[in-house]
Design a protein around this ligand. Structure first.
Ligand code: MTE
Length: 308
C-alpha cells in the first residue's frame, strides 16, 4: 500500500529524525542512567532542593552520565519491563515474543466488541508516516519515524457508546516468555495504560506498526503499540492485546506501581514538579549537553486546548 503523506503543522522535517544508530544508542545512554538508578531511587527521600541540585549536576555535558558505551551494548538495550530490568538483555529476550496470530480484544462500552486479528487489521488500515518527538520521563528524547495509522480511524470503526469516556489499553501477559512479569516488584501485570476518549481520538494519537521503514520489531512493541507524542513515553504502551472503552478513568500500570510519581495525564509539562528530578531539560543521545523541554513536547498548539 502507498503511504499517505499528509501536510500537517506538527510535521517534523526529515532532517530532524534521529538516525537509527543514534536512536539505538540512547539505550546505552539509558544503561548509564541505570547505573545511577540506586541514586535515583534515593532521590525520592531527598528534600526537593537537594534532588534538583543532583539533577542539575548530572545535566552537565561532562557528566559521566553522558559517556557513550559500546555499540554492541547499545543495540541490545531497551525499555520493556516485561522482559526485565537488565536492559542489555531485553532486546534479545524480546525476540521470544511470537506475534504470529496476534489477537486484540475490543470490549467495554462499544457497539462492536470483537476480536481483531492484528495482521488483517494492519493490512486493512491506511498507512501513514509520522515523525514524532518521543520524550521519556527519564529525561532523554529522540525523534522517531513511525509507520502506522491514527487511532481515531480504528475507534470510529468500533463505535464507542455514548457512556464511553476513556480508553484502556493492555499489553500481553505471558510470564513464560516475559520473565519480568514474574517480578513482584513491578506488579500488577499486565502493563496497562489509558487515555480519555478525546485524547485517544486526537489526530496526533497514533498506532505504530512500523519504525524506520520496517515493521515493528518485538522490542519496540510488535505487532502494534501506541504513540502519544505530547505525553511521556510510558503512555505509549507496547504490544497491545486489549482495547476497552470505559466510563471511569482506568488505573494504569505505573500509577499502581508508584502513585506519587505518575499521574494519569502524564503530559510533558516541564515546569510541573516531578517526584524524582526536574523535567525542564532533556538529553538527546549522540549530542552533548541538554536542550529545554518543550511544553507538551512541542505539540502545545495541537493539544493545549484539551486541558483548558
Ligand atoms: N510498554 C510496555 N508494555 N512495557 C514497557 O515497559 N515502556 C514505556 C513505553 N511502552 C513500556 C511500554 C516507556 S517507559 C518508554 S520510554 C517507551 O515505551 C520506549 O519505547 P521504545 O523502547 O520503543 O523507544
Amino acid at each position: 500500500m502507498v503511504p499517505i503523506h499528509l501536510k500537517q503543522p506538527w510535521k517534523l522535517p526529515e532532517q530532524q529524525v534521529t538516525p537509527e544508530e543514534v536512536y539505538l544508542k540512547r539505550r546505552d545512554f539509558l544503561k548509564t542512567m541505570g547505573r545511577a538508578s540506586l541514586g535515583a531511587a534515593a532521590l525520592l527521600m531527598l528534600p526537593p532542593g537537594l534532588s534538583r541540585l543532583w539533577a542539575a549536576t548530572n545535566d552537565t555535558p561532562s557528566s559521566p552520565l553522558l559517556t557513550p558505551s559500546s555499540e554492541s551494548t547499545v543495540s541490545r538495550y531497551n525499555n520493556f519491563y516485561e522482559f526485565g530490568t537488565v536492559k542489555d538483555r531485553i532486546w534479545k529476550l524480546a525476540e521470544s515474543l511470537n506475534t504470529g496470530g496476534w489477537q486484540i480484544e475490543v470490549g467495554g462500552l462499544v457497539r462492536k466488541p470483537q476480536m481483531l486479528d492484528a495482521e488483517k487489521l494492519i493490512r486493512k488500515m491506511p498507512v501513514e508516516d509520522r515523525i514524532y518527538r518521543l520524550r521519556c520521563v527519564e529525561t532523554w528524547s529522540v525523534v522517531v519515524p513511525w509507520t502506522g495509522f491514527p487511532l481515531k480511524v480504528l475507534i470510529d470503526q468500533l463505535e464507542p457508546l455514548s457512556g464511553a469516556r476513556y480508553v484502556k489499553f493492555t499489553t500481553f501477559l505471558d510470564p513464560n516468555i516475559a520473565r519480568g512479569q514474574r517480578s513482584r516488584f513491578w506488579e500488577p501485570w499486565p502493563y496497562t495504560e489509558g487515555l480519555t476518549l478525546e485524547e485517544a481520538t486526537h489526530d496526533l494519537t497514533f498506532v505504530a506498526t512500523g519504525i524506520y521503514g520496517h515493521s515493528l520489531p518485538p522490542h519496540h512493541g510488535a505487532p502494534l503499540r501506541l504513540v502519544v507524542p505530547w505525553k511521556y513515553g510510558f503512555k505509549s504502551i507496547k504490544s497491545i492485546v486489549k482495547i476497552e472503552f470505559t466510563k471511569e478513568e482506568p488505573e494504569t500500570f505505573w500509577q499502581s506501581v508508584s502513585p506519587l510519581e505518575y499521574d494519569f495525564p502524564a503530559n510533558v509539562i516541564p515546569h510541573q514538579p516531578y517526584a524524582r528530578w526536574h523535567q525542564e531539560f532533556e538529553r538527546i543521545p549522540g549530542q552533548k549537553g541538554t536542550v529545554k523541554t518543550k511544553l507538551f513536547n512541542g505539540y502545545a498548539k495541537q493539544v493545549a486546548h484539551l486541558y483548558k
